[in-house]
Design a protein around this ligand. Sequence first.
Ligand code: SF4
Length: 448
Amino acid sequence: MHTATSPARTSATSGARRHGTPAASDPNLASIARKVANGRRLSIEDGAALYATPDTWSVCALADLVRRRMHGDIAYYNVNRHLNYSNVCALSCTFCSFYRKAGQDGAYEHSIDQIREEAAAAAAAGATEIHIVGGLHPHLPFDYYTEMLRAITAVAPRLHIKAFTAVEIVHFARISKRGRDKYEGLKAVLRDLVAAGLGSLPGGGAEVFDDRVHDRAFKGKIRAGTWLDVHRAAHELGLNTNATMLYGHIESRAERIRHMDILRRQQDRTLGEWARDSGIGLQSGDAVVLTGPPELYPGPRLPEAGRCRRGFFQAIIPLPFIPDDSSLQHLPGPTGLENLRTIAVARLMLDNFPHVKAFWIMQTLELAQFMLLNGADDIDGTVVWYDITKVGTTSTHQETTAWDLQRAIREAGLRPVERDTLYRPIDRDGNTWRVSTPAECPAQLRHP
Ligand code: SF4
């Protein structure tokens, strides 16, 4: 059973300095603290030092400083529904307890009618987003996926559809037999999905960008370059996406740092032109840093235009490995403190990602709440059904209420703000809602 260190225990041992630039007890953190104070990019070696130091609390305090620069006292949540349309998968990743083979006990796939009903129920309950992922089904045709999106759009036109990991997109390119140019094939698939109603991509399937880890833990799945190509193609089409990192299994901390560095270099390229146009966060070389002190940002720190249809990574979502029922269940999985430190390191290293999400389903709500004080600014949403992992429960009914999420945020001394998928604030009256401050976008960049 995966267990997380309880926030009550961890906070009791905290001597953390929560505000201002923290004075670290470990001299190895001094130069890192100076870089953070000045808004300079941290190196790979800095990332290693953040993991190696015994002074966890200074790492957390530095991450909190950055998080407050970016978001002040705001913490985000959303009202959403997850839909896992099928657990049938052609692959057998060792860390995965979700997949089943076709015909195996427990294998399922939802019909389009079922999906339509679930979307209608989500919209009626006031959800702003439906988050859809599934296995790589060996028999369902590409039409099933476009039909699924059209059915949802028809019955719930305001529901933002965030769907399909990069791994699924590559699977769709294969089954729809797109042309020889792989990159253009990915784009063609994405165009078809957008035309059917796709609004953005989640960040799953990234795992850890390392060939050693890939070949031992998820051989058969796409490699880093292909995952990054899918997201680059999505960004070029104006879709916002997220990125994940599944950690705490067979990878090393150094491999996690390299994963973060690969992501931030791709984000540099994505934001580069935009940064040059607007002057946001541009540093020497090609680095674009959004997390520095306010004086570095004469205009908006966050890419406000990102709320327009521009296409970039919105959030990094570190996901702790949950060993239960997987082929790697002999491994212990990460501890609560390792989870906390990884959120903080992600906040510090991924200086061009606007948001860091503590996904409460996998972190537990108790620890996700604590993470809001250690680098995270988002705890995801009300979820309801989530089949991929089950922490401390045997049911896939994993629901919390907006009130629970607000309470967790307020208790952390922060201000809860409901967001939509694109991080636009929501005004809500019961199940009725509207985007409260639509971004000013040129007409051609407006989200539908
Ligand atoms: S992680 Fe995804 S691709 Fe791998 S076995 Fe599980 S469902 Fe299939």
